[in-house]
Design a protein. Structure first.
Length: 115
């Protein structure tokens, strides 16, 4: 992720080589790609695995699980809307740096897990 973003050669290679993999990358970079219900469901399941882990830990602390779930739902909804809005606003001026930022975030998460 970081290598491709910093090297800057990924767009040139995609335009010179027309393998199906590179064609898929070109389609994925198109802003007008429609996300299907199946894709959205898969993304929702993948991003909710950590919520399931948090739910398992609710039994370990003395809290009302219904209140906890309500608070978690409200906070998650608010941050989701904020994230979508910020992503929409910053997508135009951060598009070249987004891959670098994503790579650095993943490296930071990995370092935090090790420490």
């Amino acid at each position: 992720m970081l290598y491709e973003a910093l090297s800057g050669d990924d767009e040139d290679a995609a335009s010179q080589d027309s393998t199906p993999h590179n064609i898929a990358l070109d389609i994925a970079n198109d802003a007008n790609v429609v996300i299907t219900h199946k894709t959205m469901t898969t993304l929702a399941i993948a991003t909710s695995i950590d919520a399931m882990a948090a739910g398992f830990t609710l039994n370990l602390i003395p809290v009302n699980p219904y209140v906890s779930c309500a608070v978690i739902a409200v906070v998650t909804g608010i941050f989701s809307f904020i994230g979508v809005f910020m992503g929409k606003q910053s997508g135009t001026w951060l598009e070249s740096k987004a891959e670098i930022f994503g790579g650095l975030v993943l490296i930071g998460i990995g370092i935090k897990m090790v420490i």
